[in-house]
Design a protein around this ligand. Structure first.
Ligand code: ADP
Ligand code: MG
Length: 259
C-alpha cells in the first residue's frame, strides 16, 4: 500500500463552494469572443457542457475549433465573455488572478504537448514544484511524495536526472506525475500525445485511463488520432460549437506495457 501523505490544511487550499452542482464540471451558455483587427471573433459560442467525476473526455475538433480556448476557461487561465463555469462547486470564472493561480494549482493538473518541464531542476524537483507553490504537503514529505508519483508513472529510476536526458515519452510521464502532485480532482491535457510516437502515445492514454478508473477526471484535447478505445466520452467541436457528444460504453480496456 502507498504511504499516506499529510495534506496541509492551509487556508489557501480551502475554497468556499459557490454552488452544489451534481456535476464536477459545468458550463452554462459559455461564450468567448476575441477582438481582432477584423472585428469580433467568436471562438466559443454558447456552449453547455456537464462532466461527471471519473469521466475521461476527449475534446476533438480541427485546429482552430476552440479546444484550447475551452480548456483555458475551465482551468481559469482565461475568462469567458459570457456564461458561467463551475468546477467542483467553485465559480471559476469569478476568481481573481491571484485566487485562480492557487485554485488551479490545487485543483487542476495540467499536461502540455511540449511537457514544459524546468530544464535546470531534476525530475523529482519538477514534480515537487506544485507542492512548493501551493504548500499542499509538509516540506519534509514532498520529495517522498514526488518519488511515489514517479514510481506510479513508471519513471522512478530517472528521478535525479535533468529532464533533457529523458526521452519524450519519459518526459511526458514526469509531466503527468507533476500534474498529480497536489492530487487534483481534474487533470487537463492539451494535445498530450501530439509530440509522441504512437507507442508512447498509447502508453500515455493508458495511464490516463488508469487515473480515470481511480476517480480522477480527465479532459484531453486531441486532434490527431482516434482515441475512442481509451476514453469514456468524446466531445467534438466545430467553430466553437459542440457538434457531437458521445458516451463510449462498449469499450474493452486494453492492456499496454509501459515503455
Ligand atoms: N488571443 C486570441 N485572439 C484572437 N483570436 C484568438 C485568440 N486565441 C485564439 N483565437 C482564435 O480562436 C479560435 C480557436 O482557437 P483555439 O481555441 O486555440 O483552437 P484549437 O485549440 O481548437 O486549435 C482560432 O480561430 C484562433 O485563431
Ligand atoms: Mg489548441
Amino acid at each position: 500500500m502507498h504511504k499516506l501523505f499529510h495534506r496541509n490544511s492551509a487556508a489557501s487550499i480551502a475554497q468556499p463552494k459557490d454552488t452544489e452542482s451534481p456535476y464536477l464540471i459545468e458550463l452554462q451558455r459559455v461564450t468567448k469572443q476575441y477582438s481582432t483587427p477584423a472585428g469580433t471573433f467568436t471562438a466559443i459560442n454558447e456552449i453547455d457542457l456537464q462532466v461527471e467525476a471519473g469521466e475521461f473526455v476527449a475534446i476533438t475538433g480541427k485546429s482552430g475549433s476552440g479546444k484550447s480556448t475551452l480548456l483555458n476557461m475551465i482551468t481559469a487561465i482565461d475568462t469567458p465573455t459570457s456564461g458561467a463555469i463551475t468546477v467542483d462547486g467553485v465559480a471559476v470564472d469569478k476568481l481573481s488572478q491571484n485566487q485562480s493561480a492557487i485554485w488551479r494549482g490545487t485543483n487542476i493538473g495540467l499536461v502540455f504537448q511540449f511537457f514544459q518541464l524546468l530544464p535546470t531542476l531534476s525530475v523529482a524537483e519538477n514534480v515537487m514544484l506544485p507542492m512548493d507553490f501551493c504548500n499542499t504537503y509538509p516540506t519534509r514529505e514532498r520529495r517522498e511524495r514526488a518519488l511515489m508519483l514517479l514510481e506510479r508513472v513508471g519513471v522512478l529510476d530517472q528521478a535525479d536526472k535533468v529532464p533533457t536526458l529523458l526521452s519524450g515519452g519519459q518526459q511526458q510521464r514526469v509531466a503527468i506525475a507533476r500534474a498529480l502532485a497536489n492530487d487534483p480532482p481534474v487533470v487537463v491535457a492539451d494535445e498530450p500525445t501530439g509530440n509522441l510516437d504512437s507507442q508512447m502515445a498509447d502508453a500515455t492514454l493508458s495511464l490516463f485511463q488508469e487515473l480515470a478508473a481511480g476517480g480522477q477526471t480527465i479532459l484531453m484535447v486531441t486532434h490527431e488520432r482516434t482515441v475512442t478505445e481509451w476514453v469514456s466520452r468524446t466531445v467534438h467541436l466545430a467553430d466553437g460549437i459542440v457538434v457531437a457528444d458521445s458516451l463510449i460504453t462498449d469499450r474493452v480496456p486494453r492492456e499496454v506495457a509501459y515503455v
